[in-house]
Design a protein around this ligand. Sequence first.
Ligand SMILES: [Zn+2]
Length: 244
Amino acid sequence: MIYDVHAHMDFFKEEELKSILEDSKIALVISNSVNMKSCENNLELSKKYLKLKLATGLYPEDNLKLTDFAKLKTFVKNNKKQVFAIGEIGLDKQEKCDFKIQEKIFIQELELAKELNVPSIIHTRKAEREVIDILENFKEQRIILHCFSGNFKLIKRAVELGFYFSIPAILIRSEHFQKLVAEVPRDRILTETDSPLLSPYKDKPNQPAYIRETLKKLAEIWKISEKEAENQIEKNTRHMFSIK
Ligand SMILES: [Zn+2]
């Protein structure tokens, strides 16, 4: 089965989304939120489509304000049952948002995940070391590093801290992710797409079904069958999200 732990299903038109989720091979897609509007849209989708799970969070986008966290906290408390994870959250030096504000909100969101006892799905760009430094204080929590492009020294630190890595479908042509998959213990690897972004195909938007290609590549790197690779990812995902 296909497990996509990081997608943005609210970015699709609902007709498209419906047909994407009809694929019987797809077991679960975690739709990550980027701001309050996106949290609300994903909440509605998660109530409508069983396979789609809600991750709530504030991405460090340009207009992020300190006061936004209170809104997120209220939203999460009011919809506790639907909240499957906190994401996507993190730090990004390429965004214009003040870095101190990003750090403060990121820490508050990690504390919220702790309170709820749900996994956190982490974004980071050009701030990988800062993110790992902060996460070191949350190492008893379930942490997923989404599409992590930090160096191998940081990757080693993250492994030692017990974190998981979700690997995007661009694995099929990314040397960095191929190396990461070869070096990180197999039981720490999850699959994701970041759909509709980060497509492995230049002419088509991304979608969860492309994880089929990821599984093929994982099997090749791990030197096992595709079925075994699929089973490994299923086991890792169920463990991370405590799915029985
Ligand atoms: Zn994303």
